[in-house]
Write a protein that binds this ligand. Structure first.
Ligand SMILES: Nc1nc2c(ncn2[C@@H]2O[C@H](COP(=O)(O)OP(=O)(O)O)[C@@H](O)[C@H]2O)c(=O)[nH]1
Ligand SMILES: [Mg+2]
Length: 483
C-alpha cells in the first residue's frame, strides 16, 4: 500500500539552476522513473536500463526517442518525433526507498545548458512523465515519510541561506533537531493524556493513573521547554530572513553616502544638492553572519515637488516595514540646534541615531553631541563619518548585536526560525498554561484533556503530524520547480 496521498504518477523537472553550468541535472521520480528514462537514455555499455545497479553512475547517450504509443497524442510534429541525439552524459538510478523522495529516482546528468536541459525534460514528458510542480519532490519526500514538515521547510532554507549562520540553522533543522525536540515534548503530552483519559474512563474504580503532582511537574517542564524555544524565535527569524535596515533622515545629511560606504560601492548618487535621492534603493549584504538589506530613501522635508513627495511617502512606508531605522543626522548642523529640544516626527525608540560627518567637527564636540542625544532621546546613538569610514565598524556591530545576542542559543540548542513554528509554539504555550491552571485548581480532567490535546496538536503541526492540504500547498508553493 502506498502512503496516503502518494501520487501514482511519475514527475520530472530540471533540478539545477537556470543559466550556464558545467553540468545540469534532470530528475525523474515515481514508479515509472526507469521506464521513462529508458526512452531517453541509452547506456554506452548497451545494458538495459532495467538492469542498473542502484546509486551507480553510468555513461550514456541522451536521446529524444518517442514511444509510439505516446507520439500519437503528444502534439509534436513528425519531424520532432524521429530519434535525435540530445547530449551525452551520466545516468544514475536510486532505487526506492533509498532516494530523496523515497520513490524510484533517475537523474540524468548532462551539460549545463538551458536548451539541452529543456529538451531532455521534454523528452521525459513525451516518454510519459509529468512536469513536477513547485516543491513536488520535497513534498513527496514528506508524504512518503522521508522528511517531516520542519525538515522539508529546512530543505528550502538550506537552498536559500545567504549567511553562514542561517545555513547552519537550516542544516540543523534539516538533520531533524527541531523535529526531535517537538516529538519528545509531544510524546510526553500524549502519555499524560492517555493516563488522564484512563482516569476518566475508570473514574468509579478509584485507581490513580497519574498523580496530580506528577501532572503539574511534567506540564511545567514542558511549558518551560516551549518557552525556551519561543525565546529563540525572534533571533531565529532574523537569522533566517535577514533584517531590513532603512536609512532615513533629512536631505543632505549623508544617507546615500552611508549606503555606499556600507556596500563598498557607489550604488546611490551622492551630490550636495538636497533631494538627490527620490526613489528607494535596496541592496543586500552579509555582515558577521547576518543578512542585511539596506534601504536608502529620499530625505524627509516639506516639498512641493511631486516626485520628491512620492519618494518621501515611500520612505515613511519603508520605515514602517523596517527592523531598524538608521536616522542620520549631520553633526555639523547639530551644533546649531538646541539638542534638548531635539525631536523628529518619525523618530521611535527603536531607531538608531547616526551622527554623520563627524570629520567636520572636533572630537570634544562630537562627544558633547552624542552625550546630549543619548540624554534627550531613547535611541542608540552612533557617531560616524561616511567620508572617512570612522565609526562604521561600531555601527555594524551595534546593529548585529541588536539581533544576535551572544546567548541566543538556548540550553537545548534548538533555534526556532519559522514564523509558522513560532505561531504553533505560542498556541501550545497557551494550551499548556490553561491545562496547568486547570490541574492546579482541581478542575475536571475532561477540561484538562481538551487543553492537553490542543497543545499536542499544535506541536504536531510543526512536524506535520497534524496538517491540512492548505498548509502543505502554502509551504511547498514557495519552492521552485525541481526541488
Ligand atoms: N565631510 C563629510 N561630508 C559628507 C559625509 N557624508 C556625506 N557627505 C557629503 O554630504 C553631501 C550629501 O550627501 P548624500 O549622501 O547625497 O546625502 P543624502 O541626501 O542624505 O543622501 C554630499 O556632498 C556628500 O559628499 C561625511 O561623513 N563627511
Ligand atoms: Mg541621498
Amino acid at each position: 500500500m502506498p502512503a496516503v496521498g502518494t501520487p501514482e504518477d511519475t514527475i520530472c523537472a530540471i533540478a539545477t539552476p537556470a543559466g550556464e553550468g558545467g553540468i545540469g541535472i534532470v530528475r525523474i521520480s515515481g514508479p515509472h522513473a526507469v521506464d521513462i528514462a529508458s526512452h531517453v537514455v541509452r547506456l554506452r555499455s548497451k545494458r538495459s536500463l532495467h538492469s542498473l545497479a542502484s546509486h551507480t553512475l553510468y555513461l550514456a547517450d541522451i536521446l529524444f526517442s518517442p514511444a509510439p504509443s505516446i507520439s500519437s497524442h503528444s502534439g509534436f510534429t513528425p519531424s520532432q518525433l524521429t530519434e535525435q541525439m540530445l547530449d551525452e552524459g551520466l545516468v544514475v538510478y536510486m532505487k526506492a526507498p533509498r532516494s530523496f523522495t523515497a520513490e524510484d529516482v533517475v537523474e540524468i546528468h548532462c551539460h549545463g545548458n538551458g536548451l539541452v536541459l529543456q529538451r531532455v525534460c521534454q523528452a521525459c514528458i513525451v516518454a510519459g512523465a509529468r512536469l513536477a510542480q513547485a516543491g513536488e519532490f520535497t513534498k513527496r519526500a514528506f508524504l512518503n515519510g522521508r522528511l517531516d514538515l520542519s525538515q522539508a521547510e529546512a530543505v528550502l532554507d538550506t537552498i536559500r541561506a545567504k549567511s553562514e549562520l542561517s545555513l547552519k540553522l537550516a542544516q540543523r533543522q534539516l538533520r531533524g533537531e527541531l523535529a526531535q525536540q517537538v516529538h519528545r515534548l509531544r510524546t510526553e503530552l500524549v502519555r499524560l493524556l492517555a493516563h488522564l483519559e484512563a482516569g476518566i474512563d475508570f473514574a468509579d474504580e478509584d485507581i490513580t493513573f497519574v498523580r496530580r503532582e506528577e501532572m503539574i511537574g511534567s506540564l511545567q517542564e514542558t511549558l518551560d521547554h516551549v518557552r525556551r524555544m519561543l525565546e529563540t524565535a525572534e533571533t531565529g527569524r532574523v537569522l533566517r530572513e535577514g533584517v531590513r535596515v532603512v536609512i532615513a533622515g533629512e536631505p543632505n545629511v549623508g544617507k546615500s553616502s552611508l549606503l555606499n560606504r556600507l556596500l563598498r560601492e557607489n550604488r546611490a548618487i551622492v551630490t550636495d544638492i538636497p533631494g538627490t535621492t527620490r526613489d528607494i534603493i535596496e541592496e543586500s549584504i552579509v555582515w558577521l553572519g547576518l543578512r542585511i538589506t539596506l534601504i536608502d530613501t529620499a530625505g524627509l522635508r516639506d516639498t512641493t515637488d511631486l516626485v520628491e513627495q512620492e519618494g518621501i511617502r515611500r520612505s515613511i512606508e519603508a520605515q514602517g516595514q523596517a527592523d531598524i531605522v538608521l536616522y542620520v543626522l549631520d553633526a555639523a548642523q547639530l551644533t546649531q540646534m538646541d539638542l534638548r529640544n531635539f525631536r523628529s516626527p518619525t523618530l521611535h525608540a527603536e531607531h538608531f541615531l547616526v551622527v554623520n560627518k563627524i570629520d567636520l567637527c572636533d572630537a570634544a564636540l562630537v562627544e558633547r553631541l552624542t552625550h546630549a542625544l543619548r540624554a534627550n532621546t531613547p535611541c542608540k546613538v552612533v557617531p560616524i563619518s561616511s567620508q572617512t569610514g570612522e565609526g562604521l565598524e561600531a555601527l555594524k556591530s551595534v546593529i548585529q548585536s541588536q539581533f544576535v545576542k551572544p546567548s541566543f542559543e538556548p540550553r537545548d540548542g534548538v533555534v526556532v526560525t519559522h514564523v509558522r513554528h513560532r505561531a504553533a509554539l505560542e498556541r501550545a504555550e497557551a494550551s499548556l498554561n490553561d491545562a496547568l491552571a486547570s490541574v492546579q485548581q482541581g478542575i475536571e480532567p475532561e477540561c484538562v484533556a481538551v487543553d492537553l490535546r490542543g497543545a499536542a496538536d499544535a506541536l504536531g503541526e510543526i512536524v506535520g503530524t497534524i496538517t491540512s492540504d492548505e498548509v502543505l500547498d502554502e509551504i511547498f508553493s514557495e519552492f521552485c520547480i525541481g526541488k
